[in-house]
Design a protein around this ligand. Structure first.
Ligand code: FES
Length: 109
């Protein structure tokens, strides 16, 4: 079992069409929240969706290139890696391997 309470492996999480450049798509994955993003180059990425400062969903934030800005206090997180570029947050969020297959988005947990 994973930290999210799931069997480890690839999990289908949504249709590919739901994830468009310029905005996050938030999902519940077991006990975790995950934000899925498509960059302008078409690549897909998934990172933890809960800000490490206070409770806010990053997928509700503003996407600028390969960064998402927390909607509450504007901390920046790298969409590719989950790395936090603060302030106000200073702790990274997890990044999940992500791929597409047959029109679906899959995340490795
Ligand atoms: S809750 Fe995200 S920066 Fe404060």
């Amino acid at each position: 079992m994973t930290e999210q309470g799931l069997q480890s492996g690839w999990v289908v999480v949504c249709d590919s069409a739901k994830v468009t450049p310029g905005e996050g798509f938030g999902i519940a994955l077991g006990d975790a929240r995950v934000g899925i993003y498509r960059l302008d180059d078409g690549s897909l990425h998934a990172i933890g969706d809960i800000c490490t400062h206070e409770f806010a969903l990053l997928s509700d934030g503003f996407v600028d290139g390969d960064q998402v800005e927390c909607p509450l206090h504007a901390a920046l997180f790298d969409i590719r890696t989950g790395k936090c570029h603060g302030p106000m947050a200073f702790v990274d969020v997890p990044a999940y391997p992500t791929r597409e297959q047959d029109g679906k988005v899959l995340i490795f947990v």
